[in-house]
Unconditional design. Structure first.
Lengths: 203, 203
């Protein structure tokens, strides 16, 4: 067995299932759709709507957001600049694993720092990273405030809240911009789908 | 838009694509195959062979191993007991995300501590975690030693090496045991496939 395994080690390095094999099986290319924007700008909502549309046409998808990351993989991280950077680093690494797995992975996190987003971009193969700026005016985000977080931040009960007392660095050259103050949810999601078709991610 | 998004927030929580939707699309159930065993016991080799067989029949798979985890997500972890535990915790969380994504995810790590493996098991839905003990005598593993690590550990150049000067706690009730001293690679992989059929993961 010892020699067998060694011999096989050589063999399987050639025969290993790779991203392209999985993409062929799935019928579409893999990509990372990185949604970024202020709290309550609509990142998760749009990502989940895009997922609905993609799943309906047989695409392989996953959405990473606060619900499944902050309570799981990143539950041991806080909101200091170092922890925010590590938060985004881990999400970028996991997103890249899903790209390797042939999936269209969507990440919906504020990800306020340009440097951190660029780090995530660098982890993903060229042409497979789509930075999507969910661009919504602060006053509209604050008016929505479904979890009452802006209110708490204004009252000083939450510190380092992006948009209030922590910075948000808007993307300079995002692949997609969605103005959720002007577009409906359906139009927003369709804009993403169109971009995936134009770039050849979708057939 | 503000009211639209709020209303949609309520809607998509019902319409969100879930694991079962993805399993229906993929044509098989999701599972985590957790390979554990001594260094050079054959964990990665068998996992990659299982992946080849599964991919050939159209299953959605990924293998997490040292190559894509230790150099990526977990590159900021060492080999202290705390770091080993955090290493396994993160792998367990990522494996669970892949299960959520409808994938058959295989993890190939020594994962020497029972407590850590039980923690990983607890993260994955009931009935979807398969602990696979790649059971191989130490002297056979040491004889294989494709990377010369046992040799370095014996020479004292590597500390805390599992099997030499760090413990390996064998699983007490693994779902699958593979004796790679007695089975060929093909037989080993087939044993895993058979178990997946018996348990209904594969149709």
């Amino acid at each position: 067995m010892s020699d067998n395994v060694k011999a096989t080690n050589i063999t399987w390095h050639e025969a290993t299932v790779g991203r392209e094999d999985r993409e062929k099986l799935h019928g579409h290319r893999a990509a990372c759709l990185w949604f970024t924007g202020l709290p309550s700008s609509g990142k998760s909502t749009i990502a989940l709507e895009v997922e609905n549309l993609l799943h309906a046409q047989g695409c392989h998808t996953i959405v990473l957001d606060g619900d499944n990351i902050r309570h799981g993989l990143n539950k041991n991280l806080g909101f200091s600049p170092e922890d925010r950077a590590e938060n985004i680093r881990r999400i970028g690494e996991v997103a890249n694993l899903f790209v390797e797995g042939g999936t269209i992975v969507m990440t919906a996190f504020i990800s306020p720092y340009r440097e951190d987003r660029d780090m995530a971009r660098a982890l993903v193969p060229e042409g497979r990273f789509f930075e999507i700026h969910v661009d919504c005016a602060l006053d509209i985000c604050e008016e929505r405030d479904p979890k009452g977080l802006y209110k708490k931040a204004r009252a000083g009960e939450i510190k380092d809240f992006t948009g209030i007392d922590a910075p948000y660095e808007a993307p300079k050259n995002p692949e997609i911009v969605i103005d959720t103050g002007a577009l409906s949810l359906e139009e927003s999601a369709q804009r993403v789908i169109d971009a995936l078709k134009e770039s050849g991610i979708l057939p």
